[in-house]
Write a protein that binds this ligand. Sequence first.
Ligand SMILES: [Zn+2]
Length: 293
Amino acid sequence: MKPLNLPRKIPDFSALSFDIEDFFQVAAFENQCPVESWPRYECRVEANVEKLLELLEGHSTQATFFTLGWIAERYPQLVKRIVDSGHELASHGYNHQRINLLNQQQFRDDIRSSKLLLEELSGLRIDGYRAPSFSFTEQCPWITEELLEAGYLYSSSINPVPHDLYGYANAPRTPFLWPNGLLELPVTTYELLGKRIPCAGGGYFRLYPYLVFRHLMRKAIQQLQTPAIYYLHPWELDPLQPRIKGASLKSRFRHYINLSKTEQRLRQLLRDFNWVPIRQLQPVSETLYQRAD
Ligand SMILES: [Zn+2]
């Protein structure tokens, strides 16, 4: 990994991103809801993304939508809505399988088919990729080569904290280049007494009180001298989603905690920071961050 030098001045904006998938496609429920069972579930993603788009429009804010191929294929109008609203369309892979559960060929097929599909539906080039459940692990050294060969320009697939599902606890916390030159934009963390505290969104956004989350994110921006990268899922705005039976207590806690509070907190977050899509961090990375070598 090539470290990048820190910028002289922190830009006064942060990057907003959403991973577009439905409630039954998350890694926490992968044993209860295998891919073959997905067609049996009532899809709620369309209505939830609509809610999200209206919310963003109300705040004149644009974001990056890492969209699952499985969803895009079934809801082409949704892809069109995202793009027509001026948001960045990016890839979340096709089938939301954690990378460490795939072999190299399966991964190649997954990232290429989703990119091709999103490009056909949108008429735009797809530059960005986010791994399902931040499952970018050291066990799969071929990931960056495959992404580059498939034509991706950047990845935002690392949540550099210890986690039972995430892959790279010790990865750099600021943007960096993989050895082959692929730009990686890790989601935001704060470090306190040598411990990394996740504060980029998702379950942590619902778990912490809002003011604590906002404080951590502001502190992280100062500490990292870099824009924050935040993420959320449309199902996190849907407290009435059907409950999945048979999952562990930990998985249910992670998935269902404070769902009813997300929308109000997101509204506040949109007011408290200036947001841009991740694509706008690419030139920032190129100009403000210089290669260290
Ligand atoms: Zn996901």
